[in-house]
Write a protein that binds this ligand. Structure first.
Ligand SMILES: Nc1ccn([C@@H]2O[C@H](COP(=O)(O)OP(=O)(O)OP(=O)(O)O)[C@@H](O)[C@H]2O)c(=O)n1
Ligand SMILES: C[C@](O)(CO)[C@H](O)COP(=O)(O)O
Length: 237
């Protein structure tokens, strides 16, 4: 636990120009049985607690809105009360719906909105700050990304390789994804399909999206091995 947590909690809402939406309503099917992923334990604490603690430690953050599994809204409020002041809403059946429900809680006077997966529980506050700073600098949509390290093949439905993709133009995309509030709201309002990230909605709306350097610590805890890796990263300090 960060030693400055109590100070951070007291200061939150008293400063900052950024709202962070934390979609946390997923089932975690790829992680296997054990309940909603955001409530699964990492070093004795739920992933959501790790994630929100780091969000609250970012100096720009004024408001945090968590989209929790519908059956866990009250439990999540109680869980996060000692961590940071948060608004908790019920998430939806798809990530995009969870984000939209959280976005509806953001007042119009907050101009920068970040969307950050609870599953990226170890994301450093510095990354949250760098994404927010790029939006503040005038970019309407900013996403953290890393170069792809594997060779990438395109295949047909029978797994026959059709070709090798030029990986130099590919990026593996993380969260937090940062947006001008009006741009994110318009993209969600216009959404026709369910996409896997919010930047995709902004792309469809024809607005520019830029990448900034991501962080290996912002890995998404998706499969069982990821929990083991995350625990090892925590132990590194
Ligand atoms: N209906 C949903 C689905 C996902 N999420 C959130 O979106 C983030 C990224 O989703 P992912 O890591 O894929 O989580 P799950 O959907 O839970 O995973 P799975 O696909 O393995 O079930 C997670 O913090 C997850 O809780 C959400 O808020 N609402
Ligand atoms: C938003 C995201 O984490 C960016 O990489 C990702 O798209 C979520 O996808 P998932 O299929 O819900 O894991």
């Amino acid at each position: 636990m960060f030693s400055q947590d109590r100070d951070v909690t007291a200061q939150l809402r008293a400063r900052g120009d950024v709202a962070v939406l934390v979609p946390a309503a997923g089932a975690g099917l790829r992680l296997g049985p054990g309940g909603p992923k955001a409530l699964r334990l990492l070093a004795g604490e739920p992933l959501l607690v790790h994630a929100v603690r780091r969000v609250a430690a970012a100096p720009s953050v004024r408001l945090i809105v968590v989209a929790a599994p519908a059956a866990e809204v009250e439990a999540v409020r109680e869980l996060l009360a000692p961590v940071a002041p948060v608004t908790v809403v019920a998430g939806g059946a798809e990530r995009q719906e969870s984000v939209a429900r959280a976005l509806a809680q953001v007042p119009a006077d907050i101009e920068i909105v970040l969307v950050h997966d609870a599953a990226r529980a170890l994301t450093p506050p510095d990354l949250i700050e760098s994404v927010a700073a790029a939006v503040r600098d005038g970019h309407p949509a900013v996403i953290p990304a890393l170069p792809v390290v594997d060779t990438i093949k395109e295949v047909d439905p029978g797994e026959t390789v059709l070709g090798t993709v030029d990986r130099s133009v590919l990026r593996s995309v993380q969260t937090p994804q940062g947006f001008r509030h009006d741009v994110l709201a318009a993209a969600h309002a216009a959404a026709a399909d369910h996409l896997t990230d919010d930047a995709g909605l902004v792309e469809k709306a024809g607005r520019p999206v830029i990448c900034v350097p991501g962080s290996e610590l912002a890995m998404k805890i998706t499969r069982p091995l990821d929990l083991i890796l995350a625990e090892a990263l925590l132990n590194l300090g």
